[in-house]
Design a binder for this molecule. Structure first.
Ligand SMILES: [Zn+2]
Length: 278
């Protein structure tokens, strides 16, 4: 029986959110987008409670500038805001709270995915790609791999079609809920909202019922993580001394590849999080 579920949220994979203006800039459009994510979460919470109201729900707002309106969120066990004084450690939280499953709501695809709505990896302005053990990886895969090292399966994703494809490629039997179909970086066709909420409520239940069929996602260790920055954003990576500094701070794990690319070596994905590299 599932007791503790962790939900990681983002704003770019939410139905009705299709432009970076809605996710990056403060203002009425951003407030509306946050409202939409909060409603999607409420549908997910309803589904979980309907299935088993003993499940404790822990939600982390994973969007850079904040994506949730906490006052409008239905009651849950823990709400973790995006910005807090102490850097949030997913692994510490998982251990302390005995998290048994991970779900994603509002997820987008990795940077560079063709026709994927609002696709990016970590920074929508500066990153060309992340590669984990030579394989291109997005936010989904990184967090799923971190959870996997702790023995926690990733059971559910909602977002655009390309984000869901990305998840299905990595995790057999994951349950996905496609709330919009991307047609370009800043265009998508979203389902009608009533259909979105009904779909989320239904699919989260299926994912919990079937969670024994889903294995934790694990990758080989030790790991390498390569980050490549976009040409137009070489500000922080133009100078070799920046890498030298990283080397010192990251205990010699950083390696200069070229003027836009840096590679780290670590014992595990957990160590990458501890070193604040992911
Ligand atoms: Zn994101």
């Amino acid at each position: 029986m599932l007791r503790n579920l962790f939900i990681l949220t983002d704003l770019e994979g939410v139905a009705g959110v299709t432009k970076f203006k809605q996710t990056r800039e403060k203002g009425i459009e951003n407030e509306k987008a946050k409202e939409l994510l909060t409603q999607e979460l409420n549908a997910v919470i309803d589904g979980i409670n309907d299935l088993d109201d003993n499940i404790q729900i822990h939600i982390w707002d994973g969007h850079g500038s904040g994506g949730i309106i906490p006052e409008k969120l239905k009651p849950i066990e823990t709400y973790i805001p995006h910005k807090s004084k102490k850097r949030f450690s997913m692994q510490d939280f998982f251990m302390e709270n005995h998290i048994e499953a991970l779900a994603f709501v509002g997820q987008h695809a990795m940077a560079g995915t063709p026709n994927a709505n609002l696709a990016h990896t970590m920074s929508s302005r500066t990153i060309e790609y992340y590669k984990l053990n030579e394989m291109e990886i997005g936010e989904f895969g990184l967090r799923a791999a971190l959870a996997g090292e702790l023995g926690v399966p990733t059971i559910f994703i909602s977002g655009d079609d390309k984000a869901c494809n990305e998840a299905e490629d990595l995790i057999p039997n994951i349950v996905s809920a496609v709330v919009k179909n991307g047609t370009g970086l800043e265009s998508a066709e979203s389902l009608p909202f009533n259909e979105v909420y009904a779909l989320l409520e239904k699919k989260i239940k299926i994912s919990i019922k079937n969670m024994s069929k889903i294995e934790p996602y694990t990758i080989n260790t030790p790991v390498t993580l390569e980050k490549r920055y976009r040409k137009e954003n070489t500000f922080s990576v133009r100078f070799k001394w920046f890498y030298q500094l990283l080397k010192i701070f990251n205990k010699k794990r950083a390696e200069y590849v070229d003027h836009r690319t840096i590679r780290w070596k670590a014992d595990s994905v957990r160590e990458l999080e501890n070193l604040k590299i992911i």
